[in-house]
Design a protein around this ligand. Structure first.
Ligand SMILES: *Cc1c(COP(=O)(O)O)cnc(C)c1O
Length: 363
Protein backbone atom coordinates (compact mmCIF):
# COMPACT_ATOMS: atom_id res chain seq x y z
CA UNK A 1 0.00 0.00 0.00
CA UNK A 2 1.42 3.39 -0.98
CA UNK A 3 0.57 5.95 1.67
CA UNK A 4 0.07 9.59 0.73
CA UNK A 5 2.58 12.17 1.95
CA UNK A 6 1.14 14.07 4.88
CA UNK A 7 2.44 17.62 5.36
CA UNK A 8 0.34 18.42 8.44
CA UNK A 9 1.89 20.82 10.97
CA UNK A 10 0.64 18.64 13.82
CA UNK A 11 -0.51 16.14 14.81
CA UNK A 12 1.70 15.01 12.00
CA UNK A 13 2.96 12.10 9.98
CA UNK A 14 4.69 9.24 11.82
CA UNK A 15 7.13 6.66 10.44
CA UNK A 16 5.08 3.81 8.86
CA UNK A 17 7.40 1.28 10.55
CA UNK A 18 6.36 2.67 13.94
CA UNK A 19 2.67 2.48 13.13
CA UNK A 20 3.08 -1.08 11.84
CA UNK A 21 4.90 -2.15 14.98
CA UNK A 22 2.24 -0.54 17.17
CA UNK A 23 -0.45 -2.32 15.15
CA UNK A 24 1.31 -5.66 15.54
CA UNK A 25 1.61 -5.15 19.31
CA UNK A 26 -1.88 -3.67 19.77
CA UNK A 27 -3.51 -6.73 21.34
CA UNK A 28 -0.50 -8.36 22.95
CA UNK A 29 2.63 -6.46 23.91
CA UNK A 30 5.67 -8.78 24.00
CA UNK A 31 3.69 -11.83 25.10
CA UNK A 32 2.23 -10.07 28.14
CA UNK A 33 -1.32 -10.85 27.03
CA UNK A 34 -2.14 -7.12 27.28
CA UNK A 35 -2.10 -4.18 24.94
CA UNK A 36 -0.08 -1.18 26.18
CA UNK A 37 -3.30 0.81 26.74
CA UNK A 38 -4.53 -1.89 29.12
CA UNK A 39 -1.50 -2.06 31.42
CA UNK A 40 -1.12 -0.60 34.87
CA UNK A 41 1.25 2.32 34.64
CA UNK A 42 3.00 1.01 37.74
CA UNK A 43 3.42 -2.55 36.49
CA UNK A 44 6.72 -4.08 35.41
CA UNK A 45 5.79 -3.98 31.71
CA UNK A 46 4.90 -0.32 31.43
CA UNK A 47 7.73 0.74 33.74
CA UNK A 48 10.15 -0.91 31.34
CA UNK A 49 8.57 0.92 28.38
CA UNK A 50 8.86 4.28 30.16
CA UNK A 51 12.43 3.71 31.34
CA UNK A 52 13.56 2.61 27.87
CA UNK A 53 11.91 5.65 26.27
CA UNK A 54 13.72 8.01 28.63
CA UNK A 55 17.07 6.22 28.19
CA UNK A 56 16.76 6.31 24.39
CA UNK A 57 15.78 9.98 24.39
CA UNK A 58 18.70 10.88 26.66
CA UNK A 59 21.08 9.01 24.40
CA UNK A 60 19.67 10.50 21.18
CA UNK A 61 19.67 14.09 22.40
CA UNK A 62 22.86 13.75 24.51
CA UNK A 63 20.99 15.09 27.54
CA UNK A 64 23.44 15.83 30.40
CA UNK A 65 22.95 13.98 33.70
CA UNK A 66 22.09 17.21 35.56
CA UNK A 67 18.89 17.58 33.52
CA UNK A 68 15.67 15.80 34.46
CA UNK A 69 13.53 14.42 31.66
CA UNK A 70 9.81 14.70 32.49
CA UNK A 71 6.81 13.24 30.67
CA UNK A 72 3.96 15.63 31.39
CA UNK A 73 0.46 16.43 30.08
CA UNK A 74 -1.27 19.60 28.95
CA UNK A 75 0.73 20.18 25.77
CA UNK A 76 2.90 23.14 24.88
CA UNK A 77 0.14 25.51 25.91
CA UNK A 78 0.05 24.26 29.50
CA UNK A 79 3.82 24.80 29.67
CA UNK A 80 3.16 28.48 28.96
CA UNK A 81 1.65 28.60 32.47
CA UNK A 82 3.72 25.84 34.08
CA UNK A 83 7.06 27.47 33.25
CA UNK A 84 6.30 30.82 34.94
CA UNK A 85 4.65 29.02 37.88
CA UNK A 86 7.88 27.05 38.43
CA UNK A 87 10.63 29.41 37.37
CA UNK A 88 9.55 33.02 37.83
CA UNK A 89 9.28 33.01 41.65
CA UNK A 90 6.62 35.65 41.03
CA UNK A 91 9.25 38.05 39.66
CA UNK A 92 10.08 38.89 36.07
CA UNK A 93 10.69 37.00 32.84
CA UNK A 94 11.75 38.12 29.35
CA UNK A 95 10.13 37.05 26.09
CA UNK A 96 11.56 37.25 22.60
CA UNK A 97 8.54 37.38 20.33
CA UNK A 98 9.21 35.86 16.92
CA UNK A 99 5.76 34.57 15.95
CA UNK A 100 2.42 33.26 17.22
CA UNK A 101 3.77 30.75 19.69
CA UNK A 102 6.13 33.03 21.58
CA UNK A 103 3.36 35.64 21.56
CA UNK A 104 1.02 33.15 23.22
CA UNK A 105 3.66 32.20 25.78
CA UNK A 106 4.15 35.85 26.71
CA UNK A 107 0.43 36.45 27.08
CA UNK A 108 -0.11 33.45 29.34
CA UNK A 109 2.94 34.15 31.51
CA UNK A 110 1.54 37.60 32.38
CA UNK A 111 -0.92 35.84 34.66
CA UNK A 112 1.92 34.56 36.87
CA UNK A 113 4.79 37.02 36.62
CA UNK A 114 5.97 40.32 35.18
CA UNK A 115 6.37 39.25 31.58
CA UNK A 116 8.43 41.67 29.56
CA UNK A 117 8.95 41.66 25.77
CA UNK A 118 12.72 41.91 25.28
CA UNK A 119 12.46 41.94 21.49
CA UNK A 120 9.81 41.43 18.84
CA UNK A 121 9.67 40.94 15.11
CA UNK A 122 6.06 42.11 14.96
CA UNK A 123 6.96 45.06 12.73
CA UNK A 124 8.58 42.63 10.26
CA UNK A 125 5.44 40.46 10.23
CA UNK A 126 7.44 37.69 11.93
CA UNK A 127 9.86 37.17 9.06
CA UNK A 128 13.19 37.66 10.83
CA UNK A 129 14.78 37.14 14.24
CA UNK A 130 15.94 40.26 16.07
CA UNK A 131 19.71 40.07 16.68
CA UNK A 132 20.40 38.91 20.26
CA UNK A 133 22.66 41.95 20.79
CA UNK A 134 19.56 44.14 20.37
CA UNK A 135 17.43 42.32 22.97
CA UNK A 136 16.48 44.50 25.95
CA UNK A 137 17.02 41.97 28.70
CA UNK A 138 15.79 42.71 32.21
CA UNK A 139 18.59 42.24 34.77
CA UNK A 140 16.05 40.85 37.23
CA UNK A 141 14.43 38.33 34.88
CA UNK A 142 14.48 34.75 36.15
CA UNK A 143 14.37 33.40 32.61
CA UNK A 144 14.31 34.32 28.94
CA UNK A 145 11.74 32.53 26.81
CA UNK A 146 12.19 31.77 23.09
CA UNK A 147 10.23 29.66 20.68
CA UNK A 148 13.09 28.13 18.71
CA UNK A 149 10.89 27.04 15.83
CA UNK A 150 7.80 29.09 15.09
CA UNK A 151 5.54 26.46 13.57
CA UNK A 152 3.07 28.93 12.07
CA UNK A 153 5.41 31.60 10.72
CA UNK A 154 8.21 29.23 9.70
CA UNK A 155 10.97 31.02 11.61
CA UNK A 156 13.73 28.96 13.26
CA UNK A 157 16.70 29.84 15.45
CA UNK A 158 19.75 28.34 13.74
CA UNK A 159 21.70 28.60 17.00
CA UNK A 160 20.87 29.38 20.61
CA UNK A 161 21.89 32.70 22.14
CA UNK A 162 24.58 32.72 24.81
CA UNK A 163 22.78 34.68 27.54
CA UNK A 164 25.92 34.95 29.68
CA UNK A 165 27.72 36.68 26.80
CA UNK A 166 24.76 39.08 26.62
CA UNK A 167 25.31 39.93 30.29
CA UNK A 168 22.35 37.95 31.62
CA UNK A 169 22.25 35.36 34.39
CA UNK A 170 18.73 34.31 33.48
CA UNK A 171 17.93 30.71 32.51
CA UNK A 172 17.15 30.17 28.84
CA UNK A 173 13.76 28.52 28.29
CA UNK A 174 13.05 27.16 24.83
CA UNK A 175 9.79 25.97 23.35
CA UNK A 176 11.16 23.44 20.86
CA UNK A 177 7.82 21.70 20.24
CA UNK A 178 8.09 21.65 16.48
CA UNK A 179 11.77 20.85 15.96
CA UNK A 180 12.74 18.64 18.89
CA UNK A 181 14.88 15.70 17.76
CA UNK A 182 15.49 17.26 14.35
CA UNK A 183 18.81 18.90 15.29
CA UNK A 184 21.09 18.82 18.34
CA UNK A 185 20.49 21.13 21.32
CA UNK A 186 23.40 22.98 22.94
CA UNK A 187 22.53 22.14 26.54
CA UNK A 188 25.23 24.42 27.91
CA UNK A 189 23.00 27.36 26.93
CA UNK A 190 19.67 25.94 28.12
CA UNK A 191 17.91 25.88 31.48
CA UNK A 192 14.68 24.31 30.35
CA UNK A 193 13.33 22.96 27.07
CA UNK A 194 9.79 21.75 26.46
CA UNK A 195 8.05 20.13 23.53
CA UNK A 196 4.59 18.80 22.86
CA UNK A 197 5.06 15.44 21.16
CA UNK A 198 2.70 15.71 18.21
CA UNK A 199 5.07 17.31 15.69
CA UNK A 200 8.14 15.09 15.64
CA UNK A 201 7.77 12.52 18.37
CA UNK A 202 4.42 10.85 18.56
CA UNK A 203 0.76 11.35 19.39
CA UNK A 204 -0.56 14.41 21.19
CA UNK A 205 -1.00 13.95 24.92
CA UNK A 206 2.55 13.79 26.18
CA UNK A 207 4.76 16.83 26.66
CA UNK A 208 8.46 16.35 27.18
CA UNK A 209 10.30 18.69 29.54
CA UNK A 210 14.07 18.83 30.04
CA UNK A 211 14.90 20.85 33.12
CA UNK A 212 18.22 21.62 34.77
CA UNK A 213 18.17 20.34 38.33
CA UNK A 214 19.12 23.64 39.97
CA UNK A 215 15.86 25.17 38.65
CA UNK A 216 13.66 22.70 40.55
CA UNK A 217 11.90 23.39 43.82
CA UNK A 218 10.71 26.98 43.42
CA UNK A 219 7.10 26.54 42.27
CA UNK A 220 4.58 29.19 43.33
CA UNK A 221 2.05 27.98 45.93
CA UNK A 222 -0.69 28.27 43.29
CA UNK A 223 1.04 25.65 41.10
CA UNK A 224 -0.89 22.34 40.97
CA UNK A 225 1.18 19.39 42.21
CA UNK A 226 0.99 17.63 38.85
CA UNK A 227 2.58 20.72 37.28
CA UNK A 228 5.31 21.20 39.89
CA UNK A 229 8.50 20.08 38.13
CA UNK A 230 10.14 18.97 41.38
CA UNK A 231 7.17 16.85 42.42
CA UNK A 232 6.94 15.36 38.92
CA UNK A 233 10.69 14.64 38.88
CA UNK A 234 10.66 13.12 42.37
CA UNK A 235 7.91 10.76 41.22
CA UNK A 236 9.56 9.75 37.92
CA UNK A 237 6.68 11.42 36.03
CA UNK A 238 4.29 8.97 37.71
CA UNK A 239 2.67 11.16 40.36
CA UNK A 240 -0.56 10.42 38.55
CA UNK A 241 -1.36 8.24 35.55
CA UNK A 242 0.85 9.38 32.68
CA UNK A 243 -0.31 9.28 29.03
CA UNK A 244 0.92 5.71 28.72
CA UNK A 245 0.12 5.01 25.07
CA UNK A 246 1.64 8.30 23.91
CA UNK A 247 4.83 7.52 25.84
CA UNK A 248 4.94 4.06 24.26
CA UNK A 249 4.64 5.45 20.72
CA UNK A 250 7.24 8.13 21.49
CA UNK A 251 9.53 5.32 22.64
CA UNK A 252 9.04 3.49 19.33
CA UNK A 253 9.88 6.71 17.48
CA UNK A 254 13.07 7.09 19.55
CA UNK A 255 14.10 3.56 18.56
CA UNK A 256 13.31 4.38 14.94
CA UNK A 257 15.47 7.53 15.18
CA UNK A 258 18.36 5.45 16.52
CA UNK A 259 18.01 3.05 13.59
CA UNK A 260 18.14 6.04 11.20
CA UNK A 261 21.53 7.02 12.59
CA UNK A 262 20.44 9.41 15.35
CA UNK A 263 19.94 13.16 15.45
CA UNK A 264 22.99 14.11 13.37
CA UNK A 265 21.76 11.93 10.51
CA UNK A 266 18.23 13.32 10.82
CA UNK A 267 19.57 16.86 10.78
CA UNK A 268 21.39 16.23 7.50
CA UNK A 269 18.26 14.83 5.93
CA UNK A 270 16.21 17.73 7.22
CA UNK A 271 18.64 20.22 5.69
CA UNK A 272 18.43 18.41 2.33
CA UNK A 273 14.62 18.25 2.32
CA UNK A 274 14.17 21.90 3.28
CA UNK A 275 16.76 23.07 0.76
CA UNK A 276 15.00 21.21 -2.01
CA UNK A 277 11.75 23.06 -1.34
CA UNK A 278 13.25 26.51 -0.64
CA UNK A 279 15.50 26.34 -3.70
CA UNK A 280 12.55 25.59 -5.89
CA UNK A 281 10.36 28.29 -4.30
CA UNK A 282 13.10 30.91 -4.70
CA UNK A 283 13.85 30.10 -8.33
CA UNK A 284 10.30 29.35 -9.47
CA UNK A 285 9.36 32.96 -10.19
CA UNK A 286 5.89 31.82 -9.15
CA UNK A 287 5.79 30.87 -5.46
CA UNK A 288 7.21 32.92 -2.62
CA UNK A 289 8.36 32.51 0.97
CA UNK A 290 8.77 35.75 2.92
CA UNK A 291 11.04 34.62 5.76
CA UNK A 292 14.59 35.97 5.89
CA UNK A 293 17.01 33.32 4.62
CA UNK A 294 19.01 33.39 7.85
CA UNK A 295 16.12 32.05 9.91
CA UNK A 296 13.97 29.96 7.61
CA UNK A 297 12.54 26.91 9.31
CA UNK A 298 13.63 23.48 8.12
CA UNK A 299 10.42 22.07 9.53
CA UNK A 300 7.60 24.38 8.49
CA UNK A 301 7.70 26.13 5.13
CA UNK A 302 4.93 28.64 4.52
CA UNK A 303 4.62 29.59 0.85
CA UNK A 304 2.26 31.63 -1.26
CA UNK A 305 0.87 31.32 -4.75
CA UNK A 306 0.78 34.50 -6.86
CA UNK A 307 -2.99 34.73 -6.40
CA UNK A 308 -5.01 33.44 -3.43
CA UNK A 309 -7.79 32.53 -5.85
CA UNK A 310 -5.65 29.58 -6.97
CA UNK A 311 -5.31 28.14 -3.46
CA UNK A 312 -8.30 25.81 -3.68
CA UNK A 313 -7.20 24.44 -7.06
CA UNK A 314 -3.69 23.91 -5.72
CA UNK A 315 -4.95 22.00 -2.69
CA UNK A 316 -7.38 19.88 -4.73
CA UNK A 317 -4.64 18.90 -7.21
CA UNK A 318 -2.27 18.12 -4.35
CA UNK A 319 -4.81 15.84 -2.70
CA UNK A 320 -5.36 14.00 -5.98
CA UNK A 321 -1.62 13.27 -6.07
CA UNK A 322 -1.52 12.06 -2.47
CA UNK A 323 -0.07 15.26 -0.98
CA UNK A 324 -2.15 16.01 2.10
CA UNK A 325 -2.76 18.88 4.56
CA UNK A 326 -0.85 21.64 2.78
CA UNK A 327 -3.26 24.45 3.64
CA UNK A 328 -1.52 27.30 5.48
CA UNK A 329 -2.47 28.40 8.98
CA UNK A 330 -5.45 30.74 8.91
CA UNK A 331 -3.45 33.61 10.44
CA UNK A 332 -0.85 33.51 7.64
CA UNK A 333 -2.79 32.16 4.66
CA UNK A 334 -1.30 30.49 1.60
CA UNK A 335 0.25 27.04 2.00
CA UNK A 336 2.47 25.41 4.58
CA UNK A 337 4.54 22.29 4.09
CA UNK A 338 5.75 20.66 7.29
CA UNK A 339 8.78 18.44 6.74
CA UNK A 340 9.22 16.72 10.07
CA UNK A 341 11.60 13.81 10.69
CA UNK A 342 9.10 11.25 9.43
CA UNK A 343 8.70 12.98 6.03
CA UNK A 344 11.02 11.22 3.59
CA UNK A 345 13.03 13.05 0.93
CA UNK A 346 10.73 11.44 -1.65
CA UNK A 347 7.82 13.35 -0.08
CA UNK A 348 9.60 16.70 -0.42
CA UNK A 349 10.49 15.76 -4.01
CA UNK A 350 6.89 14.82 -4.81
CA UNK A 351 5.77 18.19 -3.48
CA UNK A 352 8.28 20.10 -5.61
CA UNK A 353 7.33 18.06 -8.69
CA UNK A 354 3.68 18.93 -8.17
CA UNK A 355 4.44 22.61 -7.50
CA UNK A 356 6.41 22.78 -10.74
CA UNK A 357 3.61 21.13 -12.69
CA UNK A 358 1.00 23.47 -11.16
CA UNK A 359 3.08 26.56 -11.92
CA UNK A 360 3.55 25.45 -15.54
CA UNK A 361 -0.20 24.97 -15.93
CA UNK A 362 -1.30 28.20 -14.20
CA UNK A 363 1.70 30.52 -14.62
C1 LIG B 1 2.09 22.90 18.51
C2 LIG B 1 2.86 23.88 19.31
C3 LIG B 1 2.49 24.24 20.62
C4 LIG B 1 1.16 23.86 21.24
O1 LIG B 1 1.06 22.62 21.65
P1 LIG B 1 -0.31 22.08 22.27
O2 LIG B 1 0.06 20.68 22.52
O3 LIG B 1 -1.39 22.27 21.27
O4 LIG B 1 -0.56 22.85 23.51
C5 LIG B 1 3.33 25.08 21.32
N1 LIG B 1 4.43 25.58 20.78
C6 LIG B 1 4.80 25.28 19.52
C7 LIG B 1 6.04 25.86 18.96
C8 LIG B 1 4.03 24.42 18.77
O5 LIG B 1 4.39 24.12 17.50
Amino acid sequence: MKRPYNFSAGPATLPPEVLEQAAAEMLDWHGSGMGVMEMSHRGREFTSIRDQAEADLRELMAVPAHFKVLFMQGGGLAQNAIVPMNLSRGGAADFVVTGSWSQKSHKEAKRYCTAHVAASNDADRHTRIPAPESWKLDAKAAYVHLCTNETIHGVEFQSLPDLKALGSDAALVIDCSSHIATRPIDWSRVGLAFAGAQKNIGPSGVTIVFVREDLLGHALPVCPSVFDYKVVADNDSMLNTPPTYAIYIAGLVFQWLKRQGGIAAMEQRNVTKAQLVYDYVDTSGYYRNEVDKSCRSRMNIPFFLPDDKLNDAFLAGAKERGLLQLKGHKSVGGMRASLYNAMPLAGAQALVDYMREFAARHG
